[in-house]
Design a protein. Structure first.
Length: 229
């Protein structure tokens, strides 16, 4: 029962939220209040479960290994399928960036049996995968954080919309005229280097270069009132 409560997911949370109308008609609780109460109950249940003797005994029987230098493309699904050859994998947590959703290059894998975890860590340490040498290490139960595999929300791996919004906001940020002139000078220097390389190779090719006098300012560019920024 403790292990079941420990694995309360966001999907179950959404399913229970569908019953908020029942509580509204009986206790006159609106959807926002019901969502807050349910969220606190989930946190309390998970907290009690983590501190319960049943959960402690289950966690002590399991083994966790640390995996470093993870190559690109070796993510949660691939990791669980690969390490299942050693034994039953109960949890996989891959460290991801909150901004981009990309892998940070390390993860934690939990096995149902700690002896299997020790064998997997010893076998896969310094294992060449693609162009990376995996670094695996067994983590004792007393050094594992009790909420290492606890998540209130599902893992988000698609951050394309957030990256696009950040790119648009970055491009629309106000700039000072001084920094804008420096940007044009860098473009001129870059074009000059390209022309010099082409002339050294004996290629006669001329293309219009950007200059501060002839460059047309975009209508989306906003300038600040101060040039010290």
């Amino acid at each position: 029962m403790a292990d079941l409560l420990f694995n309360i997911s966001a999907r179950r949370y959404q399913n229970v939220m569908s019953y908020w109308l029942f509580w509204f008609f009986i206790f006159k609780i609106n959807k926002t209040q019901f969502e807050g109460i349910l969220f606190l109950l989930i946190l309390v249940c998970n907290g009690l479960c983590l501190q319960s003797p049943a959960a402690s005994s289950i966690r002590s029987e399991r083994g966790v290994i640390y995996i470093g230098h993870i190559p690109h493309g070796f993510y949660e699904k691939e990791m669980k399928g690969y390490f299942s050859q050693f034994g039953t994998v109960t949890h996989v947590r891959l460290a991801r960036s909150r901004k981009t959703g990309g892998s940070k290059g390390y993860a934690f894998v939990e096995f149902e049996d700690k002896e299997v975890a020790k064998i997997a860590a010893e076998t896969m340490n310094n294992y060449l995968m693609f162009d990376k040498l995996l670094k695996c290490q067994f983590i004792p139960a007393e050094k594992c954080h009790p909420k290492l595999f606890f998540r209130r929300r599902p893992v988000i791996t698609d951050f394309s919309k957030r990256r696009e919004a950040m790119r648009i906001s970055f491009n629309k940020r106000p700039v000072s005229m001084k920094n804008y002139q420096k940007r044009l000078q860098r473009i001129e220097q870059h074009d000059k280097k390209i022309k010099d390389r082409l002339s050294q190779l004996g290629i006669e090719y001329d293309f219009p270069s950007v200059s501060a006098a002839s460059f047309k300012v975009s209508q989306h560019t906003r300038f600040t009132s101060s040039d010290d920024e």
